[in-house]
Write a protein that binds this ligand. Structure first.
Ligand code: ADP
Ligand code: MG
Ligand code: MG
Length: 247
């Protein structure tokens, strides 16, 4: 059975229609890419899926139960975690402090001493690998490592079943992309479904299982990630446009 089902999802911003009845399913443990030209509706769909947009048309079900998120925090509580492009990290603080920021360590008294906090942080960081020190100052880390910390932070709360990544490779070096894909494979092997927006078709065959193509606010196809790039391009721009610009 699908983990997440979106049915007839619609969204308008004033007079601008961003989504026109999108159906999308996410299976447990799959890596599902979202692609589409600029303005196709990727971010809007992702924001609905992650709880950042609460006002939309249509239905969502999580493990068969109808849900409606009112915020990313609400989504996180039921196992849908998101790492937005603007990483939710405080650059001046240590990795460990960032991981537990917003949780309630002081009130619950769990992290009264630093060594306990660092031990807990190390356990969380192991989920993303890469040997990041809990003592490092986040602002001193490279972007790929900062992103790994943000993913670890998303995983630190509960046991997410879906991790949504907003254009995760956009600003990464080739090496950092490889590292990110290792993290994604590790999570997939543990049954976490990954949803990510990408602009690079070659990445999709490399890391994806399935890909949904959005065009003008519609999900025009969900196909295996191994689908030839040429076919994906046809889906992306539509056959009529393609005829105007032959390869
Ligand atoms: P994508 O991420 O695929 O580039 P978006 O979901 O960002 O597409 O945008 C889809 C459409 O909705 C675009 O026409 C965009 O201009 C519009 N849109 C998105 N967000 C807003 C907003 N907050 N206010 C007004 N229009 C928006
Ligand atoms: Mg855009
Ligand atoms: Mg976008």
């Amino acid at each position: 059975p699908p983990l997440l089902e979106m049915q007839g999802i619609g969204k308008a911003f004033g007079g601008v229609r961003a989504l026109r009845g999108v159906d999308l399913t996410i299976r447990p443990g799959e890596v599902h890419a979202l692609i589409g030209e600029n303005g196709a509706g990727k971010s809007t769909l992702m924001n609905i899926m992650s709880g950042a947009i609460a006002d939309y048309e249509g239905k969502m079900r999580l493990s068969g139960l109808e849900i409606r998120f009112s915020s990313p925090q609400g989504a996180l509580k039921v196992g849908v975690a998101t790492v937005f492009q603007e990483l939710d990290l405080v650059p001046g603080l240590s990795v460990a402090h960032n991981l537990f920021l917003g949780q309630e360590p002081r009130r619950s008294g769990i992290f009264v001493d630093n060594s306990t906090m660092h031990r807990r942080a190390e356990a969380v960081l192991q989920r993303v690998g890469g040997g990041i020190s809990p003592r490092s100052i986040v602002g001193n880390l490279r972007l790929g490592q900062q992103q790994a910390v943000a993913i670890a932070k998303a995983l630190a709360v509960g046991e997410p079943r879906i991790l949504i990544l907003d254009e995760p490779t956009a600003a990464l070096s080739t090496h950092e992309v490889e590292r990110l894909f290792e993290i994604i494979r590790l999570l997939r092997s543990r049954g976490v479904a990954i949803v990510f927006i990408s602009h690079r078709l070659e990445e999709i065959s490399q890391i994806g299982d399935r890909v949904t193509v959005l065009r003008d606010g519609r999900a025009v196809a969900t196909v295996p990630a191994s689908t030839p790039q040429e076919q994906l391009v046809s889906l992306l721009i539509g056959e009529s446009l393609r005829a105007l610009f032959p390869p």
